[in-house]
Design a protein around this ligand. Structure first.
Ligand code: TPP
Ligand code: MG
Length: 690
C-alpha cells in the first residue's frame, strides 16, 4: 500500500513537473513575443500584423539577422514625426510608416530634425498596399518617365506617394489645362502615352480642353483625376463635379474607380486603350477614399478585352484589290494624315510613294511625314493648302487615303469633293471609314502593317515609273504657276519671312509647336519639316493656348532638340503662366511671338467676309513681352527689323533659358491661298485685293 501511494505521488510529481516545465516555456515564449520581438524594427514594421512571409522578406532584404540598434525620432520634412532606424551592418537609414519603409540618405541633423535627400531606394513588402502607392507603381510599370500635374485636396494621397517615389519626374504646371497639353505634347513628340494628374472639381474642369484637344487629334494620354469620397458623390460636396459625365464626349474611354480591387485592371486598361488602335485620351477618376484605401496589388502583365480588339493586320484581299486599283489609275494621289505618324509608318509610306512614283499631299497633321524637299510632295491640302495640292485632290481618279478623316478643313464642300475619284481608305478605326465620303476600297488596319503588305505586292510587280508622267507633269505645272509665296518687304517684317528664317537657321535641329491662328498656318506652309513628330499643333480642336505647354512636354520628350513654339500675341496669353513652370523646371522653350496686334485669323475673316468690321479682334492693348519674360526669370527679345532676328534667336538658344522673342510683323498680312468655308477645293482665293 505504502509502495503504491509513493508510486502515485511520484507519478503526480513527475506530471506536475512536466506541466510546470511546459507552463514556464509558454510564459517565456509569450514574454519573448510581446517584449523582445516588438523592439525588433523588422517586426515593428509589421505593426499588429503577423504576416510571417512578409517579415522574412523584409529581413532578407535588409540583411538583418539581429534587431537594429539605434533609433532616432525625427521629422519628415518638418511635418510628420517619424521613427528612424539605423542598420547596424550597413549603416544605412530607413524610416517606418504604416505601409512601407524607405531607405533614405541623411544630409544633416538639426534640432532633432532629419534633413533628407529624397529617398533613393524604396521597397514595399506588404502584399497589401495603399492605393496611391499602387498608382505610382502602375505608372512605373507602364514605363512612364515624366508626368505633369497640379495637386489639390482630393488628390493629396496620390501626391504624397509621388513625393516619395523616384520612378518618374513630376512637373508642376501652373494650370491644369497646361498639364494636359504638356502631357499631350510629350505624347506627340515621343509616341508614348502622356500622363497628367489633376484634383477634383475645378482641377478637372480646367483639364477638359486638354482632353478634347488630344481626343480630336487621336493622341494617347491618361488623365488621372481625383474625386470626392464615394460616400459623398452626389451630395454637391465641396469640389465635386461629375467628371466622367463631363469627359465622356471628349475621351476615348473613361472610368470611375469604385473599389480597390478593380484599380489594377482599370489602370492597365487605361494605358492599353490609350495607346492601342486609334490612340486617344483615357480618363480615370478616383475618389479620395479609394486613394487612401489599402488593398492587394497585382498589376496585370497582359490584357484581354472581349469587346475591344483593334484589327491591326488589314484584309489581304482588300489590300490586293487596292493595289490593283492603284496600278489601273491614271491620276492617283496619296492623301496622308496624322494616322501615319500615330502608327509610326512614315518610313514605309515614304518607300511606297517612292516605288509607285505617285504625288502626295499632306494634311496639317501629317506635316513632316515627307521631307520638305521631296519632289513628289505637293504640300499641304485644304483650306490653306497649296494650289497644286488642292487641284490634285480635285482632279485625281484615285485617292490613296492613309490615316486621314476627311475633315471639313480638307474637303471643303463635301458634295463637290473628289467627284471624279475612287477612294482607298486605310484606317485603324472602322468608324472613321465611310463616315463622310463613299469609299471604294475600305481597309481596316494599322497603316504600318497595311502599307508593308502593299510594299510586298508592289515590289513583286514591275516598276510603275513613267506610267503617270502626264499627271505628274500637270501637277508640276500647277506648282509652277501658283507656288506658295508672299510679297516680301524691307519696310515691315512679313510673318512668312520669320518662319522661313527659323527654318534656315534651325532646319531639323528644332521641334516646332504652334498655337492657333495665322501663325500656325504660316508655320505649316513655310517651315521645311523633314521628319515626323517635328511639327506639333492642335489640328482638330484648334486650341489657342496649346503651343507653350505642349512645347514644354515636347522638350521633356526630346531634350536634344531645340523646342520652338511659334505663337501669336493672342494665343500666348492663354497659357502665359507656364513661363513659371518652364523656369522652375528648367525647360528652355523658345516662344517666338508673331505679333500682329490682332487676333489675326479672325481679323482676316472679318476683312474678307464681314466688310472689315473688326469686332473685338484688335489687340493693341498689350503687355511688354520682354519684361514679362524677365519677370518670370526668363529672357526676352524684341525684334522690329529683319536684321535683329537672327541674333535674337541665336542669343535665346545660347542662353539656354526660357525665352520670348517678340517679332513685330505686318499687321494686315493674310494667309493665302484660302478656300472659304463651304467653298470647293478648286475655287481657291489666291490673292486678296482691297
Ligand atoms: C481657345 C480658343 N478661343 C478662340 C479661338 C478662335 N480663334 C482662332 S484663331 C484666333 C486668333 C488667334 O490670334 P493670335 O494668337 O494672335 O494668332 P494670329 O492669328 O494673329 O497669328 C482665334 C481667336 C480658338 N481657336 N481657340
Ligand atoms: Mg495675332
Amino acid at each position: 500500500m505504502y509502495f503504491c501511494r509513493k508510486k502515485v505521488s511520484r507519478y503526480i510529481l513527475k506530471r506536475l513537473g512536466y506541466g510546470l516545465l511546459v507552463m514556464f516555456g509558454v510564459i517565456t515564449l509569450v514574454f519573448f513575443l510581446f517584449t523582445v520581438l516588438p523592439s525588433d524594427p523588422a517586426r515593428m514594421m509589421l505593426g499588429q500584423r503577423t504576416d510571417l512571409e512578409t517579415e522574412s522578406a523584409i529581413r532578407k532584404e535588409l540583411g538583418l539577422e539581429l534587431p537594429i540598434g539605434i533609433q532616432y525620432l525625427g521629422y519628415l520634412n518638418d511635418l510628420s514625426p517619424i521613427s528612424w532606424y539605423k542598420t547596424k551592418d550597413t549603416g544605412s537609414f530607413f524610416y517606418l510608416n504604416s505601409n512601407n519603409y524607405q531607405f533614405v540618405k541623411i544630409i544633416s541633423f538639426s534640432n532633432s530634425t532629419l534633413v533628407l535627400k529624397k529617398p533613393y531606394l524604396r521597397r514595399s513588402f506588404q502584399s497589401k498596399r495603399l492605393v496611391s502607392e499602387m498608382i505610382v507603381e502602375a505608372l512605373h510599370k507602364e514605363g512612364v518617365k515624366v508626368v505633369f500635374g497640379y495637386p489639390g485636396g482630393a488628390i493629396m494621397n496620390v501626391y504624397d506617394e509621388i513625393y516619395k517615389q523616384n520612378y518618374f519626374r513630376h512637373i508642376l504646371t501652373r494650370h491644369e489645362q497646361a498639364a494636359v497639353h504638356a502631357a499631350d505634347g510629350y505624347a506627340r513628340a515621343s509616341g508614348d502615352v502622356g500622363v497628367a494628374f489633376v484634383t477634383s472639381g475645378p482641377g478637372f474642369t480646367n483639364a477638359v480642353t486638354g482632353l478634347a484637344t488630344a481626343y480630336m487629334d487621336s493622341i494617347p494620354l491618361v488623365l488621372i483625376s481625383a474625386q470626392v469620397p464615394i460616400t459623398m458623390i452626389g451630395t454637391d460636396a465641396f469640389q465635386e463635379i461629375d467628371a466622367v459625365g463631363i469627359s465622356r464626349p471628349c475621351v476615348k474611354h473613361n472610368y470611375l474607380v469604385r473599389t480597390v480591387d478593380e484599380l489594377p485592371r482599370i489602370l492597365k486598361e487605361a494605358f492599353y486603350i490609350a495607346r492601342s488602335g486609334r490612340p486617344g485620351p483615357v480618363h480615370v477618376d478616383i475618389p479620395k477614399d479609394v486613394t487612401a484605401a489599402i488593398g492587394k496589388f497585382t498589376y496585370p502583365n497582359d490584357i484581354t478585352m472581349q469587346t475591344y480588339k483593334p484589327n491591326y493586320k488589314g484584309n489581304t484581299r482588300q489590300i490586293k484589290k487596292a493595289v490593283e486599283a492603284i496600278y489601273e489609275a491614271k491620276r492617283p494621289i496619296f492623301y496622308i494624315g496624322g494616322g501615319v505618324i500615330n502608327s509610326n509608318a512614315a518610313e514605309e509610306v515614304r518607300e511606297l510613294i517612292k516605288l509607285l512614283d505617285i504625288p502626295v499631299v499632306e494634311t496639317l497633321m501629317a506635316r513632316g511625314v515627307m521631307p520638305n524637299n521631296n519632289k513628289l510632295l505637293l504640300g499641304m491640302v485644304g483650306m490653306h493648302g497649296n494650289y497644286a495640292s488642292n487641284m490634285a485632290m480635285s482632279e485625281t481618279d484615285l485617292m490613296i487615303s492613309l490615316g486621314v478623316r476627311f475633315d471639313d478643313r480638307v474637303t471643303g464642300k463635301l458634295s463637290e469633293f473628289a467627284k471624279h475619284s475612287k477612294i482607298i481608305h486605310v484606317d485603324i478605326d472602322p468608324s472613321s471609314i465611310g463616315k463622310l465620303v463613299d469609299v471604294a476600297f475600305p481597309i481596316v488596319g494599322d497603316i504600318k502593317n497595311v502599307v508593308s503588305s502593299m510594299l510586298e505586292i508592289v515590289k513583286e510587280k514591275q516598276n510603275n515609273n513613267k506610267k503617270h508622267k502626264d499627271w505628274r507633269d500637270l501637277l508640276s505645272k500647277y506648282k509652277e504657276i501658283h507656288p506658295l509665296s508672299y510679297n516680301d518687304s524691307e519696310k515691315v517684317i512679313k510673318p512668312q519671312w520669320v518662319i522661313e528664317q527659323i527654318g534656315k537657321i534651325l532646319k531639323d535641329e528644332a521641334t516646332i509647336t504652334t498655337d492657333v491662328g495665322q501663325h500656325q498656318m504660316w508655320t505649316a506652309q513655310f517651315y521645311p519639316f523633314s521628319y515626323p513628330r517635328q511639327f506639333i499643333t492642335s489640328g482638330g480642336l484648334g486650341t489657342m493656348g496649346f503651343g507653350f505647354p505642349a512645347a514644354i512636354g515636347v522638350k521633356c520628350a526630346v531634350p536634344e532638340k531645340i523646342s520652338i513654339n511659334v505663337t501669336g500675341d493672342g494665343s500666348i496669353l492663354m497659357n502665359i503662366q507656364e513661363l513659371m513652370t518652364a523656369v522652375e523646371s528648367n525647360i528652355p522653350v523658345i516662344n517666338i511671338i508673331l505679333n500682329n496686334n490682332f487676333l489675326g485669323m479672325v481679323r482676316q475673316w472679318q476683312t474678307f467676309f464681314y466688310d472689315k468690321r473688326y469686332s473685338s479682334t484688335d489687340l493693341s492693348a498689350q503687355p511688354d513681352f520682354v519684361k514679362l519674360a524677365e519677370a518670370f526669370g526668363g529672357v526676352g527679345y524684341k525684334v522690329t527689323t529683319k536684321k535683329e532676328f537672327d541674333k535674337a534667336l541665336k542669343d535665346a538658344i545660347k542662353s539656354n533659358k526660357v525665352a520670348m522673342i517678340e517679332v513685330s510683323v505686318d499687321r494686315l498680312e493674310n494667309v493665302l491661298p484660302m478656300v472659304p468655308t463651304g467653298g470647293t477645293l478648286y475655287n481657291m482665293m489666291l490673292e486678296y485685293k482691297e
